[in-house]
Design a protein around this ligand. Structure first.
Ligand code: SF4
Length: 386
């Protein structure tokens, strides 16, 4: 082992599910592991999902002891599964520190045939950004999920889909609790690991990362993962109104977000999905639709209109159908493909904006909900499919 102490070794033990892929190499350099040994650890952790250093096969006695002195694997524990009347599932994963990560699984049938089965995973416990319409935002921010915890949600969702529906997961959305781009490093590492066919998850072109518009990270995603799709929640093309419903907008100017969207499109050639949560008397007037059209301009984008799930404490309501139809027509007349999405899983609190971890004093009841920068339990159709 090198005599210079690596910064990861300052705070032991190191969680192998939580170090970045860059740090992974540095860490094992410092431990003196050869390439084949570190590859064995990587495969055991990310492909075989071992739950402890002892379970890593193929290491020498010295390597195992040296690793056990400085590293742990903080694997998630059991999960609970709830099924909604509409056929969607809410999977609640109990993490090593007792926190709960929510995943929503949404099968979609056409003419009795299962045509799509998607999972929407959480990227954080709670959220920093406090959007007015979002139950997750009301929790405050607790912590980021590790790369391993992101991947474990995908793996468990795949297991559930196979067991319950005898099919494969077709699409994956980073749209659950939390803002994925605010946990960019872990999300990016999970996307890198998922490129490997041995890792869980659908192909990259069927993965979508959602954001409230963190424009620097949109640019990073375009460069780091051009094959992955992007969804951006706009919710209002008026800066002041957007600020009122999404306080983070004070730091996320609409012009900068649009510039990032243009950059993303140039880099990747893909069509982003613009998500718009329609709320009665907040952002559902024809003028709001015209503002959105003007904002998008000549950007090639699809728009998903998301029907709001009433959250009593937010004092907001779903718009009436006539208003939604009028809103949609303005967008369509301007040439934008529009998809309207209704929430799934409302009876299990997995619908749009409902994802929030609620605990009773005894920590018995778990009422899981979803964040909503992107529509959460909604699975937006990629713009190219609209
Ligand atoms: Fe956070 Fe998204 Fe909810 Fe806003 S909508 S508070 S960014 S989870």
């Amino acid at each position: 082992m090198s005599t210079r102490k690596h910064h990861l070794l300052q705070k032991l033990p190191v969680d192998l599910l939580d170090i970045s892929l860059t740090e992974w190499e540095e860490f094992f350099d410092h431990l003196g592991f050869h390439t084949d040994s570190r590859q064995k650890v990587y495969e055991a952790v990310f492909h075989r999902h071992v739950s402890g250093v002892d379970g890593i096969p193929g290491l020498s006695k010295e390597e195992r002891e040296s690793l056990a002195r400085v590293a742990v694997i903080h694997s998630p524990g059991r999960h609970e599964l709830s099924r909604s009347r509409d056929g969607s599932y809410r999977l609640t994963l109990v993490l090593h520190d007792g926190q709960l990560a929510e995943t929503v699984i949404i099968p979609e049938w056409t003419d009795g045939r299962l045509r799509k089965c998607s999972a929407s995973i959480s990227s954080q416990i709670g959220c920093f950004f406090g959007c007015s319409f979002c139950a997750t935002g009301r929790m405050g921010f607790h912590r980021n999920l590790s790369t391993g915890e992101l991947l474990e949600q995908v793996r468990r969702a795949e297991e559930v889909v196979r067991q319950e529906l005898n099919t494969d997961l077709t699409h994956l959305y980073f749209m659950g609790m939390g803002e994925p781009m605010h946990n960019y490093r872990a999300v990016s590492d999970a996307l890198t690991i998922m490129r490997d066919p041995e890792a869980p998850g659908p192909p990259p072109s069927r993965i979508t990362v959602s954001t409230v518009g963190l424009f620097r990270q949109i640019r990073m995603l375009a460069s780091d993962h051009p094959e992955v799709r992007l969804a951006v929640s706009i919710h209002s093309a008026d800066q002041q109104k957007r600020y009122e419903i999404m306080p983070v907008s004070s730091k996320l100017g609409l012009p900068e977000i649009r510039d990032a969207l243009v950059f993303h499109q140039r880099q990747t050639g893909s069509t982003p999905t613009i998500q718009y949560l329609v709320m009665e008397d907040v952002n559902d007037r024809p003028e709001d639709a015209r503002n959105l059209v003007a904002y998008l301009g000549n950007l090639r984008a699809g728009v998903t209109l998301i029907m709001y799930n009433d959250i009593p404490e937010a004092g907001l309501k779903r718009s009436e159908k006539e208003k939604i139809d009028a809103f949609q027509n303005i967008l369509k007349d301007a040439g934008f493909p529009v998809d309207i999405r209704w929430c799934h899983g409302e009876d299990i609190s997995a619908g749009c904006g409902q994802l929030k971890v609620c605990r009773s004093e005894e920590r018995v009841s778990v009422s899981m909900r979803h964040g909503l920068h992107s529509g959460c339990a909604v699975t937006p159709k990629p713009a190219d499919e609209q």
